[in-house]
Structure formats: structure tokens, C-alpha cells
Design a protein around this ligand. Sequence first.
Ligand code: E4P
Length: 218
Amino acid sequence: MKFFIDTANLSEIEEAAALGILDGVTTNPSLMAKEGITGEKNILNHYKKICELVDGDVSAEVIATDFDGIIKEGETLAELHEQIVVKVPMIKNGLKAIHYFSQNGIRTNCTLVFSASQALLAAKAGATYVSPFVGRLDDISADGLQLIEDIREIYGNYEFMTEILAASVRHPMHIHQCALIGADVVTTPLAVISALLNHPLTDIGLEKFLNDYKKGNL
Ligand code: E4P
């Protein structure tokens, strides 16, 4: 399973990359705004910086919602760097654009996916990745992980090549369950990746080992 970090923060990306487990980055307009990155030129420069920090795919989201606008923005983003994957929302024009991009060698991540039928459409249109939002479904008392399971089954039934990128992943258990289900990728903030490391028995065990070493070497 690939691990992507869901942030536009350069130091967080660097920290995750240094762990040796980072396979890519996802961003969205909210995450870019959180870092204070505004204006087309700055946004494009920021994507380039992100690409230099990680050896893997970097999702960059279009803002346009009309077909021509999505194509124009997507082509500009894709030309920026070979690691860029154009993130396109699951709307009618988005679906058409995903199909266009897939015919023209531009990789895509279909975002804001909340149902298995939307994921089916994304795969049929030729999306490289589909991003079902686990946490946002949980937020409204729906079952986000069940959606990942359903998409896995549907894609398996028809051997779709679209990769399932579990997004809006908020807890270590989300990652654990996504791995059991067979999601291809999870994207999550650094704090959740770091939380995977922790176990109280590891800390207690290490403390005892170090204390015993000190006692034996007094
Ligand atoms: C997906 O790529 C989104 O950027 C992200 O995972 C959304 O997460 P959130 O629901 O925690 O904002």
C-alpha cells in the first residue's frame, strides 16, 4: 500500500519523506490556502517545490468547473512536472475532462468521491486514481470504510486499473482497515502517519531495556 501525505506544508512533506515511507503527496485548494499560498504563479511554484521534495505522484487540483477551464488548467499543471497528477472533482464536466486527459496521456485523480457509483464512473472514464473520502462520510454517520470495501469489490469484478486512493483518512485504524481491504493508497496528515509508530508497550519495553543496560554498566 502506498502512503501519500495530505498537506501543502513543505516541512511536513520533508519530515515524512525522511521517514522513508512516503510515496506521494495530495493537496487541495483548502490545504494550499492554509499555507498562505495564493495567486496562480505562487501556486504553480509551490507545486514544483513539492515535486522536488518527494519521489512520487503529487496531486494538484483544478479550480475551474467548466470543461474548457478544467482542460486548460489541467494541461498547465501537467506540464509543470512529470510527477503531477491532475486532481479533478467528480462532476459532469470533471468526468468528461478525466476521459479527455486519459486519452491524452495526462494522469488524473478523481476527487470528492462519496459513493461506489461515482467511483465506477471515474474508473470507466479512465481516472488514474479515485479518491473516496472516508472521514467525511464518517462525519455524517455513514460508513467510509464500507465505501472503500465496495469500490475494491467492484474494481476487482471488472479489473479496472484505477487505483483506490483512500482520502480524508483521519486515524491509524483507518489506515489499518484500508490495508486489510486492499486500498492501493492512503493519504493522511503527518500526525496520523506519526501516530502509527506509537505503542505504549514499545515505550515501556525500551525504557526497561535502557535501564537494565545502565544497571549492568555502572
Ligand atoms: C483528499 O485528497 C483530500 O485532500 C483530503 O484527504 C480531505 O481530507 P479532510 O476530509 O480531512 O479535509
